[in-house]
Every structure is written in C-alpha cells, then in structure tokens.
Design a protein around this ligand. Structure first.
Ligand code: P6P
Length: 305
C-alpha cells in the first residue's frame, strides 16, 4: 500500500516538527477557508508523490486541492483503476501544541472506462462503494488502521526498522461506551436532540454521567473511542451549518472502518455511507462510535427533529 511509505515519511517529519522550520502556518488559506499549516502542505505533497508513482491510481482528491488530480499512468495502456480521496494531515491546527494528528484516506474503483481521463463522478460515489479506507495516527506510536471490507486491522510502526507490524488484529468497537467527544463550546447552536443527548450523558444514574473527552483531532478522538468505547459528535453549528467534517475524505472512510468494526456512523438521519455526494469538499454532520451510543443519540434526534 503506497500510503505506508508516505506514512513513514510524514511520521518522520511530524516527529521532528519542533526542531526544524516546519511548524506554524503558511499564511495561505486552503480551499476550505482554513489556514494551511506547513505540515499540511508537506504531507499533501508526499502522499500525492507516492500515490502517483505507482501504476495503481488514476485519480486523487485531496483536502488541500480544490480540484481532483488526474494521474497519468506510466503504462500507455493506463489500466490504473483506483481513485484515492485523502485528508493528508487532519487536525493540523494541533501540530504546534504537540497533539496527535492523522491522515485519513478512502479508496474507490473508478466508474468510468479504463484508460480514459477520470471525471468528477468517479470521486462522487457513496461511501458504500468504497473498496478500502484507513487512517494513520501520528501519536505516542504511529499506527495504520484500515479495512478492505473484511474487518479492521491495526499496524504499529517500528521506527527503528521502518516496518509496520500487525499489532491490533480484528479491531472492534465496544458495543457500548461511556465517553462522548464533542466541542461543547458550540452548544448553543446544536440541534435540540443533540443538546438533550448531552444532558442525558451528564445525568446522574446507574451508568452515567459519562466521561467527556475531546482532543480536537478526529483521528485521535476516533481511535480512543474504538479502543475504549465511545461516541464522537460533530453537529451542525452556526459557523458550519452543514457540519464541519468533509464527507468524502473524513466521514466516509471513518464510517467504513466503524461499520466494519461493529460500530455505527450517521449524519443524524441516515448512515453516512448511504449519502450520495454532490461535491468534493461537501460537509456533513457526523456522529460515529459504539453502536448503542449512536443509536441512543439517533433516538434523541428523532424525538427532537
Ligand atoms: P473544532 C480538525 O480541524 C477537525 O477537522 C477534526 O480533526 C477535529 O475533530 C475537528 O476539526 C475539531 O473542530 O471546531 O472543535 O476545533
């Protein structure tokens, strides 16, 4: 998988970010209207480079590029048949404060004929069409977690050897949990059903209050919840009325992994992976984690549409 090589290279740079001039922002705003961090650009370039150097990928869509990238095969027949959608470095605003960040990717088979230039429709496929998805977390250790539709496996990088080892076979979301992850600073703008769910989490009872944990880095909050049980919530807010997270290269891949691990991922009304995308950088509300917790939240939203 070309992302393993890129993950090692990005990991090396992330781990020494405090020592070389690669911290901070580039004074440039990306297509999302967000300040691009130097490491964002670095990670983007590394993944694009490694993905285009293989006769596998015919197109790439990245959070850091407004339009998708056509990959011309070195092979004249151009039998490359996979599209990759990627968030090269998610949570990059945390880099300067030494909080874990991650890479998220999603892989589809192209829909258009082999050998022809890919078109936007090749990227706007529902999450249920993914053939693979994964994330890399650059944390206390660097892990690659991915699925190809037959369960979820986690690999930990041995930096001394530059090799990923199968450290977490058959990963699965605990069916229930007691951790909820949400930026409560946006509370007043949350839909009523989400507000009521948060109050439910905080209520004294046999199994509550739950614990509130929010790292502000999707891959980190997600990974913790998958190990310990929990739910991650990013509702619509005033600043992001459609939600903040991007459907194609954040929510769909994380939803694929969650469902393969026995968890659940919804936008408040339906499964994330059933949504038919309409644009590359489309945002959605995102609720993902232990199945029972997501189902409880869905009930609160249903009762308070
Ligand atoms: P807020 C990072 O920018 C990100 O996309 C996710 O990694 C993270 O969970 C979320 O946004 C944090 O957003 O608005 O709470 O700072």
């Amino acid at each position: 998988m070309p992302s393993r090589l890129a993950a090692k290279v990005v990991n090396h740079e992330v781990n020494k970010a405090g020592l070389v001039d690669i911290l901070g922002d580039t004074n440039h705003i990306n297509t999302q209207g967000e300040e691009q961090q130097k490491l964002d650009i670095y990670a983007h370039k590394i993944f694009i480079q490694t993905l285009t150097n293989r006769n596998i990928v015919c197109g790439i869509a990245s959070e850091e590029e407004e339009h998708f990238i056509r990959v011309n095969s070195m092979d004249k027949k151009n039998q490359n048949k996979y599209d990759v959608l990627i968030d090269p470095l998610d949570g990059s605003s945390n880099i300067d404060v030494n909080v874990s960040v991650g890479t998220i990717f999603s892989i589809y088979r192209r829909m258009t004929p082999l050998g022809t230039p890919v078109i936007e429709a090749d990227f706007l496929q529902a999450g249920d069409q993914q053939v693979a998805a994964g994330y890399v977390i650059y944390g206390t250790s660097t892990m690659l977690v991915y699925t190809t539709g037959n369960g979820v496996n986690g690999f930990t990088l041995n930096p001394a050897l530059g090799t990923f080892y199968l450290s977490h076979p058959n990963m699965s979301y605990p069916k229930n949990g007691s951790i909820y992850a949400i930026n409560e600073g946006n509370y007043i703008h949350f839909p009523l059903g989400v507000k009521n769910y948060i109050k439910y989490c905080q209520m004294e009872s046999e199994d509550r209050p739950y614990t509130s944990r929010y790292i502000g880095s999707l891959v980190s909050d997600y990974h913790r919840n998958m190990i310990k049980g929990g739910i991650y919530l990013y509702p619509e807010t005033a600043k992001n009325p459609s939600g903040k997270l991007r459907l194609l290269y954040e929510c769909n891949p994380m939803a694929f992994i969650a469902e393969q691990a026995g968890g659940k991922a919804i936008n408040g009304e339906k499964r994330i992976m059933s949504i038919k995308p309409t644009s590359l950088h489309q945002r959605v509300a995102f609720y993902c984690g232990s199945r029972k917790m997501v189902e409880e939240l869905a009930d609160f939203i249903l009762k308070n549409p």
